[in-house]
Write a protein that binds this ligand. Structure first.
Ligand code: FAQ
Length: 312
């Protein structure tokens, strides 16, 4: 394309973004904006789908019928989130099949948090409270992201994530009202999930390669560190209220900043997990590949039925 025309289109595109006018699938967009969205939305979709696995692990062992029904509903919600997000990715011109194959081939990322195991029932509480809590902090601003289909998907997702966060906090609060063993189990889960939850927000701003451009395009509305701080500030009082200790001796209210100070994140652990060397990375991808294979006959049957219907 002529550079003058390209410059004009880019200028008009940025003006739309600056006025908070949503970009829709058929609008002109720079190729790098489209690629950034495909990367972020598909990774987000994969996170929702892979995120079903750690919690799915406890559906058969939930401690009561009520807990089982709630957990089933939550895990099904995550599947729905994945599907809206795969649909949003498709509006950018990529196929769902290819996107999922990239996940199975280990070519693309999904959230680091889902590579940690769920060892006890209290982990389900910790995930709901901390992981969904962190997800909401990150995702509520995404309801105002500049790409229309992503923003609209996020509105419904955030409503469901709020219910997930509350059910997690309810589980963990009830355990904290229980026996010494139950309290210890809740504390142990929080000890294991606290730091990985902080890592969900991504590398520090100094090391985040995409943030600056994504903020300019209003794909992201806050930086990784801003959201992480908001999460810490919201979560510390919730932990105090139910008598849990967060596993960070540096955690302290800083009057002059008006925020909690917190300790250093182990970025080496983060990059190891992102790079495929977390405790459950291999198991998670194998489970997804198996699910695709096991479901093949259903897809074939549905396709054959649809074809037969078309010709009749
Ligand atoms: N894990 O330059 P940045 C959920 C990668 S959904 C793995 O800062 P960006 C619901 C990043 O991709 C949770 N990789 O990147 C649920 C990039 O690599 P690349 C998922 C990570 O995009 C709850 C590189 O590091 N949420 O939990 C992570 O500007 C319970 C450099 O990073 C979303 O996806 C990480 N934690 O900022 C489900 C929200 N962090 O692509 C079940 C949407 C960074 O160049 C149960 N996404 N990386 O190869 C976002 O907001 C952003 O993409 C960030 C990363 C903030 C995640």
């Amino acid at each position: 394309m002529d550079t003058l025309i390209q410059d004009k289109l880019e200028k008009e595109f940025q003006e739309k973004i600056d006025k908070d006018i949503k970009i829709e699938p058929n609008d002109w967009m720079p190729e790098s904006y489209r690629k950034t969205l495909i990367r972020q939305i598909s990774q987000h979709a994969h996170s929702e789908i892979v995120g079903m696995l750690p919690e799915g692990n406890w559906i058969t062992r939930a401690p009561s019928l009520r807990r089982k029904a709630v957990l089933l509903a939550k895990v099904q919600d995550e599947a729905g989130h994945g599907l809206y997000l795969y649909s949003a990715t498709e509006t950018l011109g990529v196929s769902r099949e290819d996107t999922i194959d990239d996940l199975h081939a280990g070519k693309v990322k999904y959230s680091s948090i889902f590579n940690y195991p769920t060892l006890t029932w209290a982990d389900i509480g910790a995930i709901g409270w901390l992981v969904d809590g962190a997800a909401i902090m990150n995702q509520v601003p995404l309801c105002r992201t500049s790409y229309g289909p992503y923003a609209r998907a996020m509105v419904k997702i955030c409503k469901e994530e709020s219910f997930h966060q509350r059910q997690g906090y309810e589980i963990i609060s009830n355990l904290m009202k229980g026996t010494e063993e139950q309290k210890a189990m809740a504390q142990d889960a929080v000890n294991r999930f606290w730091w990985p939850s902080l890592m969900m927000f991504g590398p520090s701003d100094a090391d985040s390669k995409h943030t600056e451009q994504s903020i300019r395009w209003r794909i992201k509305r806050h930086t990784n560190d801003e959201l992480r701080q908001m999460f810490v500030d919201a979560t510390v009082p919730q932990a105090e209220l139910i008598g849990l200790t967060l596993p960070d001796p540096a955690l302290a209210w800083n009057e002059s900043r008006g925020h909690y100070d917190f300790g250093d994140i182990d970025w080496d652990e983060f990059w190891q997990v992102v790079g495929g060397n977390g405790p459950c990375n291999k198991e998670r991808i194998e489970a997804r590949i198996k699910a695709k294979k096991d479901g093949e006959w259903v897809r074939e049957a549905a396709l054959a039925y649809a074809k037969k219907h078309q010709t009749n």
